[in-house]
Design a protein around this ligand. Structure first.
Ligand code: TXA
Ligand code: MG
Length: 335
C-alpha cells in the first residue's frame, strides 16, 4: 500500500479544520472518542472506507460502526427503526452505545460488511462531534488499532500502531471511558446486548424501562467478533486468585508482569518477593478497571515482558465488558 510518511499529529488550533479537510478529501484520520480512538473516514465514500480496512489489515466482511452527528441522521442509514431504538438513542446519545439497526435498502456501502444491518452511534467527544457537525454526514470508525491489537486510548497508542499507514491523528488526550461502546441489537423487539460495554442492561432498564437480553459470555457470532482480539504483543494468561500460591512457587522468570485487581493477589505476590515494579494493581471496581485496562495493558506490554499474568476478574454482569475483552486477549492458566 501507499504509505503516508509520516502520519501527521494534528495538535494545534487548526486541528479540527485540518481533520475536516482531510476527511473531505477521502483520507483516514484517527479521532478521539469518549471510549477509544477511532479510525475515521467518510462513510459515504467507498474509497475512503476501503482505506480503513487496508490500514487496519481488517477483513472486509467485518462491519464498521457509522458515527453520526445526532439522531436525526439515523434515517439516512437505517430503516424500520423501532420505538425502542429511538428510546435508547434519546437516553444514551451522545454516548457509548452502538445500535444495530436494519440497514436502509440499497445502501450498498462497505461499512456493513455485506450484512443487512448497520451499527450507528453518536459519540460523546467534543472534537469528534464538532467534526461530524461540520461534515454533516456519517463517519465510519473502528477502533484505531491494527487488526486484533489493543485498542488505543491516546494519540501515542495510535501512532505506535498506525504511523505511516494513515494521514493523521487528532490529539484529543486520554479517552474518558477507556473501553469500546456497548453494542445492542435493536433490529427486533427483543433487544440484545451483542458486545458488553460501559452501559449495561441494568443501566438501560433504569433509564428507559426497556429489558435487554444480556449474554454473560459474549458468544454472539458477528463478523469481527473473533475469539482472538484486543491482544498485547506479549502472551497474556488469565489466572485465578486462588492459583497464585502454587503458580508463584514455580515461577523463576524475572521478565514476567502481573496485572491484578485484588488485595489478596497483591499479598500473595509481595509475600513471594515479586518486585513491586512487576506488579500493577488495577481497581476492584469494574468501571474503574475498564477505564484503565487498555492504558495499563499498553504500559505493561511496553516493558517487553515474556508473559503478562492477569488475575481473572469475577464472572458477573458488572464485569462482563472487562471479561469479554480479557477473554479475547488471553489464554487460561493451566497448572
Ligand atoms: O466504542 C466503540 O464502539 C469504538 C469507537 C471508535 O466508536 N469503535 C469500535 O469499533 O469498537 P470496532 O470496529 O473496533 O468494533 C465494532 C464492532 C465489531 O465487532 C463489528 O463486528 C460490530 O461492531 N458491528 C459493526 N456493525 C455491525 C453490524 N451491522 N452487525 C453486527 N455487528 C456489527
Ligand atoms: Mg476494535
Amino acid at each position: 500500500m501507499k504509505l503516508h510518511q509520516p502520519t501527521q499529529l494534528l495538535n494545534n488550533e487548526t486541528c479540527i479544520i485540518d481533520a475536516v479537510a482531510l476527511l473531505k478529501a477521502g483520507e483516514c484520520v484517527a479521532l478521539p472518542t469518549e471510549t477509544v480512538y477511532g479510525l475515521a473516514a467518510d462513510a459515504t465514500n467507498a474509497n475512503a472506507v476501503a482505506k480503513i480496512f487496508t490500514a487496519k489489515g481488517r477483513p472486509t466482511n467485518h462491519p464498521l460502526i457509522v458515527h453520526i452527528p445526532d439522531k436525526t441522521h439515523m434515517q439516512q442509514w437505517a430503516k424500520d427503526i423501532s420505538d425502542s431504538a429511538i428510546t435508547l438513542a434519546n437516553a444514551f446519545w451522545p454516548g457509548p452505545l452502538t445500535l444495530i439497526l436494519n440497514a436502509k435498502d440499497n445502501l450498498n456501502s462497505p461499512v456493513t460488511g455485506g450484512l443487512p444491518t448497520i451499527g450507528l452511534r453518536v459519540p460523546a467527544h467534543p472534537q469528534f462531534l464538532a467534526i461530524l457537525k461540520q461534515l454533516n454526514t456519517g463517519l465510519a470508525a473502528p477502533s484505531a488499532n491494527r487488526y486484533k491489537q489493543l485498542s488505543p486510548i491516546n494519540a501515542a497508542h495510535v501512532m505506535g500502531d498506525l504511523n505511516g499507514r494513515i494521514s493523521a491523528v487528532l490529539e484529543g488526550g486520554q479517552c474518558d471511558v477507556g473501553i469500546e461502546s456497548t453494542i445492542v441489537d435493536a433490529t427486533t423487539d427483543q433487544l440484545r446486548i451483542l458486545r458488553p460495554g460501559p452501559i449495561n442492561a441494568a443501566d438501560i432498564l433504569q433509564k428507559t424501562g426497556l429489558n435487554v437480553a444480556t449474554p454473560l459470555a459474549h458468544n454472539e457470532v458477528v463478523p469481527g467478533n473473533v475469539k482472538a482480539h484486543y491482544q498485547p504483543h506479549a502472551p497474556a494468561i488469565l489466572i485465578n486468585t486462588d492459583d497464585f500460591d502454587s503458580h508463584l512457587s514455580k515461577i523463576t522468570d524475572e521478565q514476567v508482569q502481573y496485572l491484578i485487581y485484588s488485595t489478596a493477589a497483591q499479598q500473595h505476590l509481595l509475600a513471594s518477593h515479586i518486585a513491586p515494579h512487576r506488579i500493577t494493581k488495577l481497581s476492584s471496581c469494574p468501571v474503574e478497571y475498564a477505564k484503565n485496562m487498555y492504558k495499563t495493558l499498553h504500559l505493561v506490554d511496553e516493558t517487553s515482558p515474556t508473559v503478562i499474568y492477569i488475575e481473572k476478574p469475577p464472572v458477573n454482569v458488572e464485569w462482563a465488558a472487562v471479561n469479554d475483552r480479557l477473554n479475547r486477549a488471553t489464554t487460561v492458566y493451566k497448572e
